[in-house]
Write a new protein. Structure first.
Lengths: 129, 363
């Protein structure tokens, strides 16, 4: 799987890493049980501090997208474990709130917004190498 | 005779040193990272040509002078002194011409602001890189290991029947001109040296496998493919040279035990040395640094450029990056890898490589 990091972006590097892994899962490139590189080797390849990669892996683990085995390293979690819990659904709704605010303020109807969502949804699922 | 041989051996090495500017990755030159479009400019090409001619001609002339000096004054320019002086045309001269080229290119980069307007810098990596077999299996090293075992066994079996003084140094004609007292340590020094070199070659193979991924953002698929082949080629080279060097030492032991003709031994040693050097040079021209000269799978071109790493490359030659856990990274001006000098292991390895042979020779 390809990972692309932009050092000049406003998005912190660890967030870019989290999103890169999530994108891999979303596009089906990373399946349940697939390993991620070790913190050291990924940090080395990217040329970043190991703490940065570790932070990304920890966040992914907290969100339930990966698990970290002592020996095997980081592994992608199964679909069941990744399924949204009540709390996660609520947090997603909270993140959507500001976007929905802008949508309403700019006069988009619910259908307009759904169409926009569908575009983004397709974009993610179609973005394979 | 030996002067001519030395000349023949050095010529390809000088040729390689002089043409490095043509072998680097397209995004690097004289230790400076440059955009690919700049790499193709005629004024930049002129810089390459100048370096190649100046380095090549100066080095060859100097080598000729040294060889002539050896013929005229063999008492002063002994073999040992020659070995050191030969560093001048092969290392010092290229370095002397590199420094002004590096400075000039750096100044040009600053003046023309090559990277300042672009927001296209990305670092691209592939998470499955190391599962695609970048190096050959470590089991291949069982071959030299077995040779070492045979060498050690032979020494053990023959120890008692050896004379009390054994030849340990030979001149170019194959005549023994240096002897050592027979002790367990002096006899063991050959297998020990073999073992040390095997460890070094194993380390090289491990290093190539773990070396930092350096993928050209402009065409990641092609760059990845090229780099995998590049690593495999040099992994293979490290295995083959490991076998050859181990066998060479076995032959030296056989000679010092009187079990192998000295004359033939000299020729074989020279032939092997020549083979290994020429092999490395041919492979260097074939692969280019990072595999840049190999035909890679055609990949999709992106609009991205590589992240500018200049700040970590001191003088464009020495990599120093505390935040980078990598130990082995690709050289900027040359073929192969160099170490991250901010990594403490670099100093341990360098120290070991220098100290261990010295210690072994004192045995």
């Amino acid at each position: 799987m390809w990972m692309e990091i932009n050092f000049e972006s406003e998005t912190p590097i660890y967030t870019q890493l989290v999103q890169a892994v999530m994108k891999g899962i979303a596009a089906g490139e990373l399946k349940a049980g697939d390993p991620l590189p070790s913190v050291r080797s990924l940090a080395g390849d990217l040329g970043v501090n190991m703490l940065t990669v570790n932070k990304a892996y920890q966040q992914l683990k907290q969100e339930g997208f990966i698990t970290i085995h002592r020996k095997k390293g980081a592994i992608i979690e199964s679909a069941e474990t990744r399924a949204a819990s009540e709390g996660q659904l609520q947090r997603m709704a909270e993140k959507m709130y500001p976007i929905m605010l802008e949508s309403i303020c700019r006069g988009l109807t619910l259908e307009d917004f759904q169409r926009l969502s569908a575009t983004v949804h397709h974009q993610i699922l179609l973005e394979k190498e | 005779m030996e002067g001519l041989l030395l000349f023949i051996l050095l010529l390809p090495a000088i040729l390689l040193a002089a043409t490095i500017p043509y072998l680097t990755r397209k995004t690097e030159l004289f230790g400076v990272s440059i955009p690919e479009s700049v790499s193709r400019r005629s004024d930049i090409n002129r810089m390459r040509k100048q370096y190649a001619y100046r380095t090549g001609i100066t080095s060859i002339l100097l080598t000729g002078l040294i060889v002539a000096g050896h013929y005229l004054y063999p008492a002063y320019l002994t073999e040992n002194i020659m070995a050191v002086i030969m560093l001048i045309p092969v290392v010092v001269v290229p370095a002397a011409f590199y420094i002004p080229s590096h400075k000039e290119l750096k100044k040009l980069k600053f003046k023309e602001e090559w990277f300042n307007d672009q927001h296209t810098e990305r670092r691209i990596v592939n998470t499955s890189f190391r599962s695609q077999k970048p190096v050959y299996s470590f089991y291949w090293f069982a071959i030299p290991a077995l040779v070492i075992l045979a060498t050690a066994l032979l020494a053990y079996v023959k120890y008692d029947s050896l004379p009390s003084r054994i030849p340990t140094h030979f001149d170019f004609q194959g005549n023994a001109d240096g002897f050592s007292a027979k002790t367990p340590m002096s006899v063991a020094s050959i297998p020990l040296m073999q073992a040390f070199l095997l460890v070094v070659m194993l380390g090289v193979n491990i290093g190539i496998m773990k070396a930092k991924q350096q993928i050209d953002s402009a065409n990641p698929v092609k760059s990845l493919e090229q780099n995998l082949v590049f690593r495999r080629i040099w992994s293979g080279y490290s295995i083959i040279t490991s076998v050859l060097i181990t066998a060479l030492f076995l032959m030296i032991e056989l000679i010092s035990f009187g079990m192998f003709p000295e004359r033939a031994g000299t020729y074989i040693s020279l032939a092997l040395a020549f083979l290994m050097v020429i092999g490395a040079i041919i492979l260097s021209f074939k692969t280019g640094q990072g595999g840049s000269r190999l035909n890679g799978a055609s990949g999709k071109e992106t609009a991205f450029t590589n992240k500018d790493d200049d700040e970590h490359w001191k003088g464009g030659i020495f990599y120093w990056n505390k935040n980078d856990p990598s130990f082995f990274v690709e050289k900027r001006f040359g073929i192969g890898w160099t170490c991250n000098f901010a990594h403490p292991l670099s100093w341990i390895v360098l120290g070991g490589i220098i100290l261990v042979p010295i210690l072994l020779s004192l045995l």
